[in-house]
Write a protein that binds this ligand. Structure first.
Ligand SMILES: Nc1nc2c(ncn2[C@@H]2O[C@H](COP(=O)(O)OP(=O)(O)OP(=O)(O)O)[C@@H](O)[C@H]2O)c(=O)[nH]1
Ligand SMILES: [Mg+2]
Length: 580
């Protein structure tokens, strides 16, 4: 699940970087934030699942200049966090170990932070935000239990978007959350958007109200409560008002509530972590996946278009070649081969030249010449197949243009169109090669048909004799040899008088029915082979796979199978078991 969430996040980040995506920018940025939070929360769950005992984590959260770093020092009873009147001063999550050592945090914390690197506090710089610091506090504090106290960057200053991920990481890590607000900032929308966002993490929370003028306390708390109730559905938490001490320049924690934070920490329980993770994912799931599903829809539409185009192409092939009386030459070729097999004496004269160099039978000659003169070069079938492939690609390009103009997912279609345009020559070249190979290989089927006819004729001496008597097989055999030596083209077979004569004779003979059956079988075999090797392997497959090559910017790179697996993980895991 973690990998899937990361994949989704990368998809959104790529979409945010894509030019021309302005209308989705705000929505997508929000989704990235939700994904970052979910990712961190799942990581937290993993850490809980791995470590038998994990040090308690308390995170201070609040807008800039609210006094988070100041409060960190008050709580720690030691000045460790950097304080400044400059907005956006703290820019990295900084953990302070109170009552525990650095070693107590083990390697789990670094694993939780993932790509964020742990650095010594003095090495944190505003030029790099994928890091955090962890420091041992030398002092003891009565306000805190043994824990890691996290000071965090703000989430509302001008530059805060550059270090927002660090805030979300530190927030999702927290077992207890302390919201720090000042009287100037407590009503800001950014504060309550953040509080609404983190409600799904179900953390015990405390509010610290800072920089409050004496006497205005009650009014502020009341107003704070209203804000809380607008943003959240859980009960309003305890509020601490911090009084400012002029002497120390620090706010002070009220003496009567010294135990408050410690008590809150006692209410921490992780029993429901897995359920909370699942609920969080389920809440955002439909929104997160909306563009992915649109993309899958586009992919399905593309595959349908390819399928349709391929079926059209096959119909075209059947109509204009296999079933076309003036174009279909393959069976004629089988008849020409048959006449050669019959090895009639009249052929000898024609072959005088060839016989000097090569031995009879004619088939030997044909084997040699065949290599030098691929019949495919003169085949009308190949010409037609190439035309069909070209037409098919044009038809698909038109559809891609149309979808680019009219579809919701236009950038995807546009990118596909670009890919198709770029790969068109390669596709056609591949198709052409496949067509040539098919034609060459199919000669075996042609020969097999000729042999079947030959065997049949052997059983029909009457037909055989009448064929020989008219000398038409002799003429046909001569044509066949000429064909193989490149003297004529395959298409010439269809108009050669000898071929017409042999066809008529055989059709009208006792083996006419058998002839017809063989022709149908050959055609069917031919159709199946062309369908598989040319239309499916050489066209449909590479075309359907085209979107896999889309540049990262153009799509989410999430396959329907990956989505399906993530969906089932999400729905399978119910009720508390740590499985995510
Ligand atoms: N008057 C008054 N000033 C305070 C109080 N607490 C903090 N300050 C001052 O407010 C300024 C900001 O305090 P910080 O603790 O740095 O605030 P922060 O929330 O960490 O701010 P960022 O790091 O920018 O997010 C500093 O100049 C503090 O001295 C307070 O209770 N009263
Ligand atoms: Mg600070």
């Amino acid at each position: 699940m973690l990998e899937f969430i990361q994949l989704l996040k990368q998809g959104y980040q790529a979409a945010l970087n894509r030019p021309g995506n302005e209308k989705n920018r705000a929505d997508y940025a929000k989704r990235v934030e939700h994904l970052l939070l979910a990712e961190a929360f799942i990581r937290k769950g993993q850490w809980l699942g791995q470590a038998a005992q994990q040090p308690l984590q308390i995170t201070l959260l609040g807008p800039t200049q609210a006094g988070k770093s100041t409060l960190a020092n008050v709580l720690l009873n030691h000045n460790l966090a950097g304080i400044s009147p400059l907005a956006g001063y703290t820019q990295h999550p900084q953990g302070f170990c109170h009552g525990i050592t650095l070693a107590d945090t083990g390697s789990g914390l670094q694993r939780y932070f993932g790509r964020f690197q742990q650095l010594p506090a003095q090495q944190l710089t505003p030029t790099r935000h994928d890091c955090y610091a962890l420091t041992e506090s030398p002092a003891a504090s009565t306000l805190l239990p043994p824990c890691v106290l996290w000071d965090t960057p703000d989430f509302d200053s001008i530059d805060s978007s550059t270090y927002r991920e660090g805030v979300l990481r530190a927030v999702a890590l927290a077992d207890v959350l302390v919201l720090v607000v000042s009287k100037e900032k407590y009503a800001d929308q950014t504060v309550w958007d953040m509080m609404a966002l983190v409600q799904d993490l179900h953390q015990p929370t405390l509010i610290c109200l800072n920089k409050v003028a004496e006497g205005s306390e009650q009014l502020l708390i009341h107003s704070l409560q209203e804000k809380w109730q607008q943003a959240r559905t859980d009960p309003f938490p305890a509020v601490i008002t911090l009084a400012y001490q002029k002497s120390s320049g620090l706010p002070s924690w009220p003496a009567t509530r010294q135990q408050l934070l410690k008590q809150l920490c006692k209410s921490v329980q992780h029993r429901k972590q897995a359920r909370y993770e699942q609920a969080l994912l389920q809440k955002y799931w439909p929104t997160w996946l909306q563009p992915v599903l649109e993309e899958h829809q586009a992919l399905a539409e593309w595959q349908q278009a390819v399928e349709q185009a391929v079926n059209d192409g096959l119909l075209h092939y059947r109509r204009d070649y296999l079933n076309h009386p003036r174009h279909y030459e393959t069976f004629q070729q089988a008849l020409a081969e048959l006449s050669v097999l019959l090895e009639i004496p009249g052929l000898a004269g024609f072959l005088t030249g060839a016989r000097k160099a090569m031995t009879w039978p004619v088939r030997q000659v044909m084997k040699l010449t065949r290599k030098r003169h691929p019949l495919a070069q003169t085949s009308q079938e190949i010409v037609l197949l190439k035309q069909i492939a070209e037409h098919l690609l044009i038809q698909l390009a038109d559809q891609l243009m149309d979808k680019t103009e009219h579809s919701r997912h236009s950038h995807w279609w546009k990118a596909c169109n670009g890919l198709l345009r770029q790969q068109r020559p390669l596709l056609l070249q591949g198709f052409s090669q496949a067509a040539k190979h098919y034609h060459l290989d199919f000669q075996q089927d042609v020969e097999k048909t000729a042999q079947s006819l030959y065997l049949k004729l052997q059983q029909q001496p009457f037909v055989l004799n009448s064929l020989r008597a008219t000398r038409v097989t002799a003429d046909a055999a001569a044509i066949a040899i000429t064909l193989h030596t490149g003297g004529i083209g395959l298409h010439d077979l269809l108009v050669a008088p000898a071929m017409l004569a042999i066809t008529t004779l055989l059709t009208e003979s006792a083996i006419g029915g058998y002839l017809h059956k063989l022709e149908q079988e050959l055609k069917q075999q031919q159709f199946n082979t062309v369908k598989q090797r040319l239309f499916s392997d050489a066209l449909a497959q590479p075309l359907m796979a085209l979107p896999e090559q889309l540049p990262d910017l153009a799509h989410f790179s999430i396959t329907p199978a990956q989505l399906q697996s993530a969906q089932s993980q999400l729905s399978e895991k119910r009720h508390g078991l740590r499985l995510l």
